[in-house]
Design a protein around this ligand. Sequence first.
Ligand code: CP
Length: 342
Amino acid sequence: MKHLLSISDLGADGIEEVMRVTDSFVEVSERAIPRVPALRGKTVVSLFYEESTRTRLSFEMAAKRLSADTMNFALSSSSVKKGESLRDTCQTIEAMGVDALVVRHSSAGVPWQVASWVDCSVVNAGDGWHEHPTQALLDCYTIRAQRGSLEGLRIAVVGDVKHSRVARSGVLAFTLLGAEVTIVAPPTLLPPSLVGWPVEVTSDLDGVLTKVDVVYVLRMQAERQTEALLPSLREYTARYGLTRDRVALLPDDAMVMHPGPINRGVEIASDVADIPRSAITRQVANGVAVRMAVLFLLLGQGPSGPLSGMQGPSGPLSGMQGPSGPLSGMQGPSGPSSGARG
Ligand code: CP
């Protein structure tokens, strides 16, 4: 494959391949010197037009552990501030000789635009409200690591689905791997259309908690209050916040997940974020190995390389397509986009 832009083109086989390759990189990450020469001589650039802690640092760590050279684009001190366009910026960076651009932008569809302008690989690190494919991959990996498989699992995705690229990629990935997904949200935080979403929808959080294997809590964005989508954050927390009392409704082996950054005391109680069944830090840890797998599959040399036995770029991830997919009814690159977060 050349680019990773969307979950929708991976298919179940493609996601499973990323999971298998990730297993190898988890093993690498546990070594005393967690580094392999798989991408020696390659250069990976983080091109983040929007804030990030875990995705940007995780990609950087992943690239370094593969022995790639890394460069970070700092928006605030770049020539973007002098009016340079996105296209000129991308082509300028590519002219220095880079192999992959990891792109985050507040507008949906930007990674597809960038991929059309450059010859190097492009990875979508979050575009507007649209997609965040590596978040979905690391979430699938985290669930698979604990439960063995997603097949038949019941996953509740709770909160601000309307503005969540994490939810869009997650729903796609979870359902491709055989999970049954229920979205739990107030009507004002649902997308305008759920056509094409293979999910159940409810506003009754307490009713679903008793029968889920995973409760996946989305970040509630305080800035959304300006849109009057909710009477108040306090009311949201009372109805949809994952509190200790609500955790007590979960089956004993149910996992609590959140993509981060978390708003303690809003969508998730502070003490709930840190309980043993919370996978939040494991999600972050797995993100490094998952992104190693993605970069390796994009840029690596495959079975003849130092990680022999791993499938390379000729595997089922080859031939990934553009933004049209099974959830094309979801707000994609042409939809509203500003201000989205992970
Ligand atoms: N989950 C996520 O995308 O976090 P960051 O915004 O910190 O990268």
